[in-house]
Design a protein around this ligand. Structure first.
Ligand code: GDP
Length: 299
């Protein structure tokens, strides 16, 4: 399927290297463990996550759960599944409609595309969706959202280029209430070169939304590009300082060997990956399933 195909490159860099390692060694020794550590690091699992996994492996060897190199793959798959599963995912449906979703992330990560895909996903699930074109900094972003809106039969709330994004968010939430929408998806700007302004802007959007609906935004999803590997972690820290993130959408998993970053995001930032992008098409966004992911990684 598409997730498995999307993880092909990551699997190549990860599982196949582990398999080669297993074939190359008859017993587990220090050299084997050093090589294994290098494989984990090269798959963008991240330094601290790799350290944690290595500790687990060493105790697995001590407790005789791992006796031979070939015991490693099932051991790792189990540990990674547990690592990803540690926190239960928050359900959309526990909130009174309209559910307010704020989408943040730097330009180019696939934010606009993700909003289009989300709108389509919820539309097909029978929900009434509104999109708010909150990236008023880029005229192209507004136009792009309009195209996605037409494609997915979703109304797009927009103001003129350069207008106040918080005003767009306010209008969108008001419209969602008035029209009894189930979900309102709010785009935001992603220009990092003036980052302090951007972070202030995001805080203001949050304040305006919370004034309308006290427990909103119910979701603040950070869109990250999997092909940027560890850079994605840095972006998450930056946005996490400004807004309360509820999860991550990891895009472009189809084009990269750096899918291990999923594990780093969960382990280092304690942010659940909620969706993964596995292509440019409208249906190429999948709810993230940790067990399915771990299985596809080790398939
Ligand atoms: P934005 O600047 O963050 O709004 O980024 P866009 O939504 O315009 O996306 C930038 C590029 O990435 C576009 O060419 C998208 O088609 C592409 N893209 C977005 N998500 C995915 C994905 O999951 N897989 C692939 N292969 N391409 C994607």
């Amino acid at each position: 399927d598409k997730l498995k195909a999307g993880l092909e490159k990551t699997r190549k860099s990860f599982t196949e290297k582990i398999e080669q390692l297993v074939i190359g060694y008859a017993t587990i020794d220090d050299e084997f463990l050093d090589d294994l550590e290098a494989v984990l690091l090269s798959a963008d699992v991240g330094v601290s996550t790799t350290a944690k996994l290595m500790t687990e492996i060493r105790s697995g060897i001590k407790s005789k759960e791992i006796n031979y190199p070939e015991d490693l793959k099932p051991f790792l798959q189990a540990k990674i599944s547990v690592m990803l599963l540690r926190e239960p995912q928050v359900e959309q449906d526990i909130h009174e409609p309209p559910v307010v979703m704020l989408i943040v992330g730097v330009n180019g990560v696939g934010k606009t595309t993700t909003i289009g895909k989300l709108a389509s996903y919820y539309h097909e699930a029978g929900k009434k969706v509104l999109i708010a074109a909150g990236d008023t900094f880029r005229a192209a972003a507004i136009d792009q959202l309009e195209i996605w809106g037409q494609r997915t039969n979703t109304e797009v709330i927009k103001h003129a280029e350069g207008s106040d994004p918080a005003a767009v968010a306010f209008d969108a939430v008001q419209a969602a209430k008035a029209r009894r929408a189930d979900i309102v998806i709010i785009d935001t700007a992603g220009r990092l070169h003036t980052k302090s302004n951007l972070m202030e802007e995001l805080k203001k959007i949050n304040r305006v939304i919370a004034k309308e609906i006290p427990d909103a935004p119910h979701e603040t999803l950070l869109v990250l590009d999997a092909t940027t590997g560890q850079n994605a972690i840095n972006q998450a820290k930056l946005f996490g300082d400004a807004v309360k993130l509820s999860g991550v959408v990891l895009t472009k998993l189809d084009g990269t060997a750096k899918g291990g970053v999923v594990i780093a995001i969960k382990n280092e930032l304690n942010l659940p990956v909620k969706w993964v992008g596995v292509g440019e098409g409208v249906n190429d966004l999948r709810p993230f399933d940790p067990a399915e992911f771990a299985a596809a990684l080790f398939a």
